[in-house]
Each structure stands twice: as C-alpha cells, then as structure tokens.
Design a protein around this ligand. Structure first.
Ligand code: PLP
Length: 343
C-alpha cells in the first residue's frame, strides 16, 4: 500500500509530533480493539479469538525484525523482557551502556549489585568494548536525542570480543530498517512506532544463547502446549523463545496485530523516507543541519509556551524540544511547528 493512501487510515488531530512518547493507532487497530471491547462487555465470545492476535503480531514483528517467529517472545514491557537476560549473567559480569540510555535497558542490569555496570557517553561506547566485556547494551535510536547508533559496527565490535549485544529498538522498530539477527537480544515496546496499545512488547532472543537464561515469569502461556497446560505439573517448556512469553494482555495485542500488519504493508523503507524527510524539513526550517532520524531535538528559547499556544504536541524537556515524525505526520504539521517556534 502506498504511504500517501495509507495516511487516510489515521485520524490524528493536527500537531501530534510526539510518537517517541506514544504512537497513534491506525483505524484497523482501533476498530479491532473496539469490537473486542464490545464483545468483552457482554460476554459475546470466548477469549481465544483475542489471543489469536498475539500469534499474528508475533509473526509480523518477526518479519519486520528479519528473524524467525520461533525466536520471538511476547511480553508487556522492555524491562520485563530484558529481566531474564540480566538475571542469567554470572556474578561480576561487565555490562556497558550509554549514559543517556532509557531506564528500561538500565535498571534490569542495575538491580543486580553483583554486576559491574558501566555507563559511558554514547560516542565512546566502541572504545570501551574489550575482552572483559560480557554485555554491550544500547538503544538503536536514543529516546532522549533521536541519535541512531552505529548498530552494525557496535555488534561487530562486541562479537569480536565475545560480548553479548542487547538492543532496545523501541524507538526504531517501525521506521528504521534493521536486522535484529545482528544482535543477540532485541526488545521492542510496540506502543510507539508500532502504533499499538501499551502492554504489547516483543523480544528477539538468539537461539543457542537463550537456553542459558531462566524464564522466571513462566506460566501457562509459556508451556510447550499452551492449551493442555492449564493445571499442575510437570513443567514442559518449548525450546523456542515462547518459553519467555508471559500471558498476553489480550486487548493490547488485538490492537497490535492490525497495526503491525499495516506497517508491513506500507513497508518500513517507505516510512523511513517519509519520516526522515519531515524531520529534516523541521531541522532545516530552524537553520539546523539534517540528522536523518525520525526523532530530533532542538534548543529554542520559550519553546514550551510557543508550541502550547499553537496546539503543537511535542515533548519539551529542560527547554529542549523533542519532535518526532511518523507515517501520519504531514508537512503541514512541520510547518505549523516551525511557524510557532520561529514566529
Ligand atoms: C527507548 C525506550 N525503551 C523502552 C521504553 C518503554 O519501556 P517499557 O516497555 O519498559 O515501559 C521507552 C519509553 O519511552 C523508550 O523510550
């Protein structure tokens, strides 16, 4: 589907420049969710049809990430999906991460006081990769700045030193083409660039490596045969990444499956081109060099009041504007924001 045709499937109020905070649902996702809620309200169906969305969303995510669906676990949040990886490290393991990394890829390591966790400036990560490193953890796109990590280079460096690569691709998956298989673990919360309800998240967990991690949150949904495992022992987990599944938040995945299908249909390269063009137009309009990311940050005095007055919704933190542009954003959104900031 062409992106300009697909745009008719969203109903944004003009001026939403904050997909880095949450993405807006496409109409098919919204409609599926409303239908499920209506059925739930009156007890019209059993829950199994809601759950089928989880399988469809997992398969879509796997295709978007370029990996096998058997290597993808479903969950609710990034931090929850990363927890078993952190819990599985031997005491004393060294973990390296950027000093502005979003907390969900920081606390899972820091809750273990027996790990040697080091946070360094993003542009110095490579120089800290050495034989003493156990895990290199970073976001593919930084939430605070929109900076795109040198993914292939970081993965290659870590691999050369035998370190695991753990990536949070929440701010990338849905607009930035990438191959999850270069890393060992890639976790994504779907409520931003995958335009799904909160409570839907995915993680690629490399086969071979994941056997060393314990699925501490395993319940009936992590069983080898889910529908034959409602009661009692024995423990029978599959060898696939499903052993790390938690029981899905049904309605979140009901909204997620059509949204991910639509991202696939439009195609991430087309979304990438659209988003980056808008982001660069915004930067150019403010006299800044293009950054080729869908998330940009700029210092503009009085930005918060200026954007508020014009009804533009972007994130403003400590005087710094973070604007983000997705499939439903338009040149008119960009130009209204520029008028507000420069007028
Ligand atoms: C990079 C990144 N990762 C993850 C999240 C959300 O994390 P979680 O799913 O653990 O709530 C955010 C939210 O802002 C984020 O920016």
């Amino acid at each position: 589907m062409r992106l300009d045709e697909a745009q008719a499937l969203w109903d944004p109020e003009p001026g939403w420049l904050n997909t880095a905070s949450y993405g807006l649902p496409p109409r098919p996702g919204w409609a599926a969710l409303q239908a499920a809620l209506a059925d739930w309200r009156v007890g019209h169906t059993s829950w199994e049809p809601w759950d089928e969305s989880t399988g469809r969303a997992r398969a879509s995510f796997a295709r978007l990430a370029g990996v096998d669906a058997d290597d993808v676990a479903v969950g609710a949040t990034v931090s929850q999906l990363l927890a078993p990886v952190a819990a599985g490290l031997p005491p004393g393991s060294r973990v390296l991460l950027p000093d502005i990394e979003f907390t969900s890829n920081v606390y899972p390591w820091l809750v273990r006081p027996d790990l040697d966790v080091r946070a360094v400036p993003t542009n110095q990560l490579l120089s800290f990769v050495d034989d003493k490193l156990t895990v290199l953890a970073f976001s593919l796109v930084q939430s605070a700045t929109g900076e795109v990590a040198p993914y292939a280079e970081l993965c290659a460096a870590a691999r050369a030193h035998g370190a695991l690569v753990v990536v949070d691709a929440t701010q990338a998956c849905g607009w930035l083409p990438f191959d999850a298989g270069l890393a060992d673990v890639v976790a994504v919360a779907a409520y931003k660039w995958l335009m799904s309800p909160r409570g839907s998240a995915f993680a690629y967990l490399r086969p071979g490596l994941r056997d060393a991690w314990t699925p501490h949150a395993a319940g009936w949904y992590a069983a080898d045969d889910v529908h034959a495992s409602y009661y009692g022992p024995p423990l029978k987990l599959p060898s696939s990444a499903r052993r790390f599944d938690i029981s899905p938040a049904w309605f979140s995945f009901v909204g997620a499956a059509p949204a991910l299908a639509l991202v696939e249909e439009i195609g991430v390269p087309a979304i990438h081109e659209h988003n980056v063009a808008l982001a660069n137009r915004f930067l150019t309009g403010l006299g800044r060099p293009p950054s080729n990311s869908a998330i940009v940050t700029v210092d503009v005095p009085g930005a918060e009041e200026k954007l508020d007055r014009a009804g533009i919704r972007a994130a403003v933190r400590a005087g710094r504007v973070r604007a983000s542009f997705h499939v439903y954003s338009t040149t008119s959104d960009v130009d209204s924001a520029l008028d507000a900031l420069t007028g």
